[in-house]
Design a binder for this molecule. Sequence first.
Ligand SMILES: Cc1ncc(COP(=O)(O)O)c(C=O)c1O
Length: 398
Amino acid sequence: MAIAMKIASQISKSSWIRRMFEEGERLRQEFGNESIYDFTLGNPDVEPPESFSRELLELARNPLPGMHRYMNNAGYAETRSAVATKISKDAGLAVPADNIIMTCGAGGALNVVLKTILNPGEEVIILAPFFVEYKFYIDNHGGVPVEVWTNRDTFQLDIDAIENAITAKTRAIIICSPNNPTGVIYPAESLKQLGDVLKKIHERTGHLIYVISDEPYARIAFDGNHVPNIFPLVESSIIVTSHSKDLALPGERIGYLAANPRMATAGQFMEGAVFSNRVLGFVNAPALMQRLVAKLQDESVDIAAYQSKRDLLVRELSGMGFEMVKPDGAFYIFPKSPLADDVEFVKLAQKHHILLVPGAGFGAPGFFRIAYCFDMGMIERSLPAWRALAKEVGLKVR
Ligand SMILES: Cc1ncc(COP(=O)(O)O)c(C=O)c1O
């Protein structure tokens, strides 16, 4: 075989979204773009805020000397300082710029963190339903993913289940709020409960377990909801995030990680993480993007537009008999599959030109994911197809 057996096997296991994408392309060629309702990819179709283009033009017109050169592996001091100011405000505690590393997206940040902390065979708890890349990222660094379900009715943290899954080999827990794929936000009380459990274990046994808070959707919260900052709630926490979603810049690969200043090991962790960023071959986050996002820390795409799309879909699909937890943020809905087999359901949806990802793609069979980071016109045009699909699977359509 020309490639490693492990990679070949991982490709075949992880190809849900890609398979849906390919099927979408096929259907688009056959029926035309307008009659295909593609809810598969979390690739925002909005443009970055206008301030982004303004700053980009400004920088192109007045280039800084040496602005395309290598830099400190952690990133520009000015950018790290802007990020630290923003996080300090959100967390209500002083986060030094030294605790920030600019990274190639949240995906890059997750890999840097996992490389820095994992010894071979150590376990990382991931909470189903989860972003499927976690499993591969953990494997990249010799770790073992341990799947623990959130509450199946609310998708909120099940602290007892997490506590029961902790072993002597547990090194970290990855959480994601607002969540991909469920859209739920974890309230401060349950994050504090988690932090208290881990603190007790640390005090009793000296066993340090990190919480890696993956939060690229943190600025996309609805109904005046606010995503609690993890730093005051969980001492051993690391934030990984990016501007892929809040500034709609996924192709630019710009994000960061931040270590909780309350963590006694923060200094050693940062030293390791700067080294990992370098030797993973990222070297540093893209220079031009660092200059730009430094100026955009209080900006985001239009959250109200996402909320209108959520409201429309939740209202219409509930009226058709689909059951779902109303999302608090991000741009996903994770309804129950009306058929026992979510893969069968997704295949049936394709016949109605609706493209979805089965829950199995998120470690959660029995559900399906709708990404609604798309044009309102497409969402509205899709409703008759949803209605026909609901009728076909025997739902009580109002
Ligand atoms: C939960 C979650 N984490 C991480 C990522 C990776 O984002 P990035 O583009 O910043 O690498 C995504 C992207 O969809 C995501 O949904």
